[in-house]
Structure formats: C-alpha cells, structure tokens
Write a protein that binds this ligand. Structure first.
Ligand code: SF4
Length: 482
C-alpha cells in the first residue's frame, strides 16, 4: 500500500514538517479488510523511501492531484513486473479514464464497500476494472490497522476520522466530486468512534473529518463520551456550526483546543458565488470571539483569487486575521480541481491555464483570475504568508486575547510551528518527530478564565472530574476541509 509523495512535498521551498504530520489513515483503514495472514507493507513516501524492487501480489496506490504523475509512474513500474495494481482516491474519482491507463482496477468514491468486494473478486481471480462505491456506511468498520503506521515518523500519529464527507456543497471542494449523487455525509456509530479513541495512546488527537460538528447529534454524543477521557484534540468545522447552540462549548469541555475554520473569504459575494452559504450572514468576528473566549486556538483558512477579489484582498484579509487573534492562517490560491463545479465554470469561461496536475497545489495560479493578474495573485499570496508570520505580527495577533495564558499559548504555538524550521528538519532527519508530541500536548492544555481551575504544561486534571456532562494543511486542507 503506497501513498506517493505530493510533488510540492519535494520542493526545496516547502517545509518538510508539513508533510510529516499525519499518517496515511485511508490506506490503514482499507488494510483492515485484508486477511490476518496477508503480509502488508504500508509505505508513505513523504516520510520514508519507497523501493520498487519487490513484486507483491497486489499494489494499492492512493492518488491525489499533485501526486498523480508519480503515482502513475509507480503503477507503471509495478505493472511492467506483472503485479496487479489498483488506484483510488480523490483524483482517480475525478478522472477515472486517465487513471485507468495505469491500473488494473480503479476505485471511484470511498472504498469501504468496494475494497472488500474487490478483495473477494481478486482472490477468486475475477477482479473487475472499475469499482464504484454505492453503499455508504461506517457501521461494522473493522479497527484501523494502526499497527502498520510508523508512529515515530509523524508529529500527529493519533489522527482519526469518525465521519465521511460533509453536509455542504461548496463549488470548489472535492467533496461532491468524490461522493457524487449518493450519500455524501455519514458518521460512525458513537460507541465505535469512542472505542477507536480509546485505542489511541497518549492524550492528543487530531480529527481529520471535513466537518466534525456537521452532525450535531452525533458530535454532541461524541463529546459527552469523550468528557473525562483526559484528551486534548483538534478538528475542523464551519462558521455557522460554531455559532449555533452550545455544541462548541461542549467540544471545549471534551478537550477541543484548536479548530480549523473555513472562513475562505472576507467578501460575502465570493461565498455566494461558490455556494458556501454556511458562511454568509454570519459574523466572523463573533466566531472568533466565541472561540477565543473558550480558549480554542483558530487555524483560519482563506482562499485568494475568487471572482470578487481585487488586489486589496490580501491586506484586508491579513489585517482582519491579525485583529481577530487567528493563531495560524492557511492561505490558498483558488484552484479549480477537475470534477468540481468550480472547474466546470472556469472551463466554460475558458479560464483554465493548463492541466499540469502537479501544479494544482494551491500555491500556483492555474486559472485566469477576474479581479487581478495572475502575477498579482501569486505575489499577493506570497506576501500574505510573509506578512502574517512576521514576528511583530505573531505578537500582535497573540495580543488580541484577553487571557494571558491564551496569549502565551498562541505565541508559542505559532512561533513553534513557523519559526523553527531547522529544528523541525533536524527532528525529521533524526526520525525523532514523535518526541515533540508531549510538547504539543502541553501547549494544547486548557486555558481557563480567572478563578477557574488552572492546568499548565500537561498538569491536566479533567480525567478526575466527577461533574457530569450536559448531555473539530496544512497539507490537503483545501481539497476538502471546511
Ligand atoms: S469546503 Fe468544507 S464545508 Fe464546503 S463542502 Fe468542502 S468540506 Fe464541506
């Protein structure tokens, strides 16, 4: 099972730590459908060398848009040796005909129903060329094969996914392309999700769900169940879901310490034109205030180059984010991924500049923007990153909080993430990234208001509380995260 490295991961201009965050959970999930006696080697090319000297019975390759060419090369190599090669993932689902040229079987959509079916067919010697997902359910999901994950090579080995998809339909998102017209948002059973959490060592968890608060009943029950587990966790959610009811408070009580929020644009018109109605008419400032009050750090996601953006959008966005005390910002150049409504729209308007998929990394301009030139868009994007992460601006953003512990946490989290590149590279080269997990857990400890219980540097006592509960990329984030 192979996750080929994304093209941008090998660029000397990009940060290796960004590609050593999460293990390949999707492949480890599929591995659980294999027989116990099957010998499986799961290789993530982002953190280890891939040797193609072997000749396994079956090669499973996960394909994203910017690793597609590399995935196809690996597939061709194995096929030339007589190995059976299957390809699946977001890019294969978007462009199955392209992928078919490099595979014996391709998988369209999620693999929980189709992979077991394929394995049965493969063992019987009658595998089909195309497997299309129809039945969508996470019931009776076998435990993820975490034993195949080389935990020490990742900063966040405890990543977890308890749902699939998202209830929304943003035109630029892969989500609709991946799930098609069938069920596109579903969750595990709460008890199954809690059992999966219990299997994870340590305290820190990162929910990689597109929208952790997307099913409010499920999320509420999940947070109730997590209360008292002494966990700290991170996740993603939409603007509207944070403002509705008291779910976010419940999440904070269960251990939510940082959240990825898809603000995407400071222009409402952009949100309307991209079908992101869950952001319109909601006060972004109120979202930030609420999260800040709960001591939850914010990873704000922003997209540049949508049709209502002019050259002023960069400064306006960065200023706004700094004023709100956004902890980390993930900026993207709008990118029309094949298979999305946004791609169709750009194609109809003849605004797609090229189809070199390994350049569709949200750092490069691949379409003709409306309100500025391609150069302005690229320069503005680069400027935004530089500006947001200047030392003086890290201090400015951290100072937006009223609580001194939150200020300090914000400062150390942001500075630690962006300002110590050589330390991260040293840890990655020494294969000791796992050493940083306790530090991450300490920084994610609870911020409490004056007079409340204080928990510093891992001295968390939530696990001892007897109070009863009332009862949320930056690697791939824009490909399908809130
Ligand atoms: S961008 Fe986020 S909110 Fe919109 S469809 Fe994709 S996952 Fe859902």
């Amino acid at each position: 099972m192979i996750l080929p490295s994304l093209t941008e991961a090998e660029s000397p201009y990009n940060r290796p730590v960004k590609y050593s965050l999460f293990p390949p959970l999707g492949l480890a999930t599929l591995a659980a459908y294999c027989h116990e006696c099957d010998e499986i080697d799961l290789v993530d090319q982002h953190v280890e060398k891939l040797s193609t000297d072997d000749c396994p019975d079956l090669v499973v390759i996960q394909v994203y848009i910017t690793n597609a060419y590399r995935a196809y090369q690996i597939a061709d190599t194995y096929r030339s040796k007589g190995c059976y090669v299957i390809l699946g993932g977001l890019h294969v689902t978007s462009l199955p005909d392209e992928a078919k040229q490099h595979a014996d079987s391709v998988f369209i959509g999620p693999g929980e129903d189709t992979f077991p079916e394929f394995l049965k067919d493969f063992r019987a010697g009658k595998a089909k060329p195309v497997y299309r997902s129809i039945e969508r359910s996470l019931d009776h999901l076998p435990p993820v094969r975490r034993d195949l994950i080389k935990r020490h090579l990742y900063l966040v080995p405890n990543s977890i996914v308890v749902s699939r998809g998202c209830p929304f339909h943003c035109s630029f998102c892969y989500k609709d392309a991946f799930f098609g017209s069938k069920k596109s948002f579903y969750t595990q059973k709460v008890d199954d999700a809690l059992r999966e959490i219990e299997r994870l060592p340590g305290r820190h968890l990162y929910f990689l769900d597109d929208h952790l608060l997307g099913d409010r009943r499920f999320a509420s029950a999940l947070f109730d169940g997590m209360y008292g587990m002494n966990r700290v966790f991170q996740g993603a959610a939409t603007v509207n879901s944070i403002l509705k009811g008291d779910l976010i408070e419940k999440a904070a009580k269960a251990g939510l310490r940082s959240i990825f929020v898809g603000f995407e644009s400071v222009n409402d018109e952009n949100m309307a034109s991209t079908n992101k109605y869950q952001n319109i008419h909601y006060e972004y400032e109120e979202v930030c205030r609420r999260l800040n009050d709960l001591g939850i750090m914010i990873n704000g996601s922003f997209v540049f180059g949508l049709d209502h953006d002019g050259p002023d959008v960069f400064r306006r966005t960065v200023d706004w984010a700094l004023r709100q005390g956004i902890t980390t910002a993930t900026f993207h150049i709008a990118t029309p991924y094949p298979g999305t409504a946004y791609y169709q729209e750009m194609q109809q308007q003849r605004r797609i500049l090229h189809s070199q998929w390994d350049r569709y990394d949200t750092r490069q301009v691949v379409f003709q923007p409306k309100g500025m030139s391609t150069e302005q868009l690229k320069q503005g994007y680069d400027w935004s990153y530089r500006e947001f992460y200047r030392w003086k601006n890290i201090v400015r953003s951290a100072s937006a909080h009223s609580n001194s512990k939150h200020m300090l946490k914000h400062f150390f989290y942001t500075a630690g993430w962006k300002k110590f590149e050589s330390l991260w590279t040293l840890l990655i080269n020494g294969r000791r990234l796992g050493m940083m997990t306790p530090l991450l857990e300490a920084i994610l400890s609870k911020v409490s208001k004056a007079g409340e219980e204080r928990e510093l540097g891992g001295g968390n006592t939530e696990g001892n509380k007897i109070e009863q509960p009332g009862k949320k990329i930056d690697v791939l984030e824009w490909e399908g995260l809130s």
